[in-house]
Design a protein around this ligand. Structure first.
Ligand SMILES: [Zn+2]
Length: 301
């Protein structure tokens, strides 16, 4: 009789999904990481994102509510590589016991100024480009790190996390192929563009499109007249056909550069943030797809 009761109970446990109050609380520093955590965590995880859609993760000012959310969380998922400079103080002030998960662990990082001239106005600690998610192969490393962190925090969910991650990784493989196919449609000589800040270095390295940006890897700094003059010279010398706006940045700089050079404004690229549900890029996959289509339609034939 007791044995039957135990079997019945364990059957029940297997059938009933984790109830809301039993979900693993995870805080993600910005919207793209929040999307990854949701994709891998599924029903078992309650995700909160600190820097929401169209927010700028480089220059965020945390609120007391953010500290409360971190205090209550089991995991705090961060990009690292100097992206969330405001985060260590927030975690400290929250007094919580959350495990910090740095999802860029294992990624081959790139130097912030590898391809451009030194910007001069960059802050001293910005030697590494933090925008690793812009390469889909890197996003796969993010997802694997998130999967492993969720399993460590919630071993009972291992099978679920593994299945969700495998399904999502397969989608990312398809996305990576799609990006490569789209880039192949752009004539080799036209694979160069201007964007506002240096957010596409990993994308450039992975897919062979050059990006030049008046701002460095952070949106924090001001653009000098010298930087703008340099960009205008580069656009003319390299006959760069199109410049692109970014969802997180002030459009006026790019509009001015377009006006002075005659380069077309090719559209808006999503660099560091997703959009709200009804926008062009509510998920990471939508974002990458939107960006490559925007680039192809501006640069392709
Ligand atoms: Zn950025």
């Amino acid at each position: 009789m007791i044995r039957i009761a135990v079997v019945a109970l364990s059957l029940l446990a297997a059938l009933v999904p984790a109830r809301a109050q039993e979900r693993i609380g995870v805080v993600a520093s910005f919207s793209i990481l929040g999307d990854f955590v949701r994709s891998v965590g599924g029903e078992r995880v309650a995700v909160t994102t600190l820097v929401g859609p169209t927010g700028d993760v480089h220059v965020y000012t945390p609120s007391p509510r953010d500290a409360k959310q971190i205090a209550d969380a089991r995991l705090v998922v961060v990009n690292g590589l100097g992206l969330e400079g405001w985060l260590p103080r927030l975690v400290q002030s929250s007094g919580g016991k959350a495990t910090i998960v740095t999802v860029t662990k294992g990624i081959k990082t790139r130097d912030a100024d590898k391809d451009g001239e030194p910007h001069g106005h960059d802050h001293g600690d910005e030697h590494t480009d933090p925008h690793a998610w812009q390469s889909v192969p890197n996003a796969k490393i993010y997802v694997a790190n998130i999967r492993d962190a969720l399993i460590a925090a919630d071993p009972a969910g291992e099978a679920s996390y593994k299945a969700n991650a495998a399904a999502y990784l397969a989608k990312l493989d398809a996305l990576d192929r799609e990006v490569r196919e789209q880039v192949a449609k752009i004539p080799a000589g036209a694979r160069k563009v201007i964007s506002t800040h240096d957010a596409f270095g990993y994308f450039a390295d992975a897919y062979g499109i050059s990006f030049i940006a008046p701002l460095g890897v952070s949106t924090e700094s001001e653009v000098s007249a010298r930087d703008v003059a340099r960009i205008i010279k580069q656009i003319r010398a390299a006959k760069i056909p199109a410049v692109f706006l970014e969802n997180i940045s002030d459009p006026r700089l790019i509009q001015r550069i377009a006006a002075e050079t005659g380069a077309r404004i090719g559209g808006t690229l999503y660099s560091d943030s997703l959009t709200a549900e009804n926008g062009d890029a509510p998920t990471y996959i939508d974002m990458v797809r939107h960006n490559i289509r925007t680039l192809t339609s501006a640069l392709g034939h």
